[in-house]
Design a protein around this ligand. Sequence first.
Ligand SMILES: CC(C)(COP(=O)(O)OP(=O)(O)OC[C@H]1O[C@@H](n2cnc3c(N)ncnc32)[C@H](O)[C@@H]1OP(=O)(O)O)[C@@H](O)C(=O)NCCC(=O)NCCS
Length: 164
Amino acid sequence: MKDFGVRAASSADRAFLVDMLAAAVNWLPERNWPREQILADPALAHYVTGWMRHDDFGMVATEPAGRPVGAAWFRYLTAADPGYGYVSDDVPELTIGVVESWRGRGVGRALLRAVLDAARDRGIRTVSLSVERANVARRLYVAEGFRTVESFENADTMVAEIRA
Ligand SMILES: CC(C)(COP(=O)(O)OP(=O)(O)OC[C@H]1O[C@@H](n2cnc3c(N)ncnc32)[C@H](O)[C@@H]1OP(=O)(O)O)[C@@H](O)C(=O)NCCC(=O)NCCS
């Protein structure tokens, strides 16, 4: 039985999105960057700066009492200020994270599917992400239709085409 729900993200979710950005950055157990360090790094902070902009969209998973347990969101970044998974100005980039105690229970997959549905509803045809190659998240992305389009030393840029 599913013990979590999924809803659309709102501007009130900013602080939680920062937590989930930190979870995504700190996926390696030996990496433990504090929120302040992440928000002080423009290459990371720009995934949440000014949330929520008119073209931002995302989903939040909640436990039965309503507390958030995970989030997945898309943001458009530009050639002038590209994300790690930048492909083009009209291809939004994914960030996803699940609270540690909730991982491995289907929350990440449900969030990814829901945010891809939200992209489809907006008429978006292509989305992207960046994943460090050793991250198990990669398996989820491949299973949900992402393919590698560019490889760097430790990370891959992946895209998914969304069928109308
Ligand atoms: C990646 C993440 C969002 C996945 O969310 P989750 O709720 O744990 O994932 P799910 O339970 O929905 O599992 C989905 C798939 O992810 C993969 N996966 C998740 N945890 C895994 C693990 N410990 N080992 C191997 N594969 C794993 C599997 O392919 C799994 O599918 P399966 O259960 O059919 O094998 C979550 O683990 C997380 O927050 N990790 C830290 C942050 C992060 O790495 N973000 C992405 C940065 S690119």
